[in-house]
Write a protein that binds this ligand. Sequence first.
Ligand SMILES: Nc1ncnc2c1ncn2[C@@H]1O[C@H](COP(=O)(O)OP(=O)(O)OP(=O)(O)O)[C@@H](O)[C@H]1O
Ligand SMILES: [Mg+2]
Length: 307
Amino acid sequence: MTAPGYPAPKISLRHIGKEFTVRPTKENPQGSRLTALQDISLEVAAGEFLTLVGPSGSGKTTLLDILAGLTKPDNGQVLVDGKEVTGPGRDRAVVFQQYALFPWRTAAANVSFGLEGATGLDGRKLSRSQRAEKAREYLQLVGLAGFEERFPHELSGGMKQRVAIARSLAYEPDILLMDEPFAALDAQTREQLQDELLRIWRSTGKTIIFITHGIDEAVYLGQRVAVLSSRPGRLKQLVDIDLGDRDGDVDLRSGAAFVEHRHRVWSLLHEEVLRAQEAGHAKIQPDGSAPDETWDATPQTTHGKAA
Ligand SMILES: Nc1ncnc2c1ncn2[C@@H]1O[C@H](COP(=O)(O)OP(=O)(O)OP(=O)(O)O)[C@@H](O)[C@H]1O
Ligand SMILES: [Mg+2]
């Protein structure tokens, strides 16, 4: 536990910057550099649920990759529990939009797969039966008790995503990084999974960073919503969300607090979408370049870059 009044951040993003090289094309034979993220600083408390929204191409996935340790920032640092992230680690698990399950493995085997090589509290590798037990436990947590032996093709989209969440939770990470995990689901299943995720978050105390295109989803799930600007992605604003008492049978989404917060986030995003369109970024090419984009000839300094 941290001292009251001085909660040490679980995650600190310090001046994160990231550039990509855009491959030369016929129209742009020189190629160019594209700034995906610029000077992002943000702290996330232990046990916080933070949602992240921003126009398409604003660098949300890039930021998540950096947090996961899959991509290195060109500038700045990510600290988890005060230690710099230099690569992937078991303290952080990622849930993607695609279910990314092995089709030839059952639900239980998909969940226990990630545990091969994992060690228990005694520092010893988990045995096959311990792995199976954990898989059962986490499938139960996501509401899939009884579905252990089903193969992915025998499960609905929502169930597959539950398996993916169970697999991530089974690592027992402190941090869950989620990149539009419910985007492919129908509205009803999505709402159901949102509630499930909130329940899991409350019962496990995980720190969650959740990317979404859905403003409703961001407001419904997040204690704070981080709004990124259009490219280059900067932190435009952090919006505190307080929807009041979540207990009971009230439809939170139609309450005044929800509508107000939703409008706030919508307005912030709308400004960015307009700005992106005015800059002509609406036409982003498949290679990531925008034909009209001003070429950024001033590379950012590279302190904090891994050697
Ligand atoms: N490996 C790469 N090489 C070159 N450009 C890249 C690379 N990865 C991402 N980009 C570019 O960086 C920018 C940010 O991409 P990113 O995928 O992080 O955006 P996003 O906010 O997740 O978008 P979306 O909402 O559409 O998922 C985009 O312009 C993208 O084309
Ligand atoms: Mg993305």
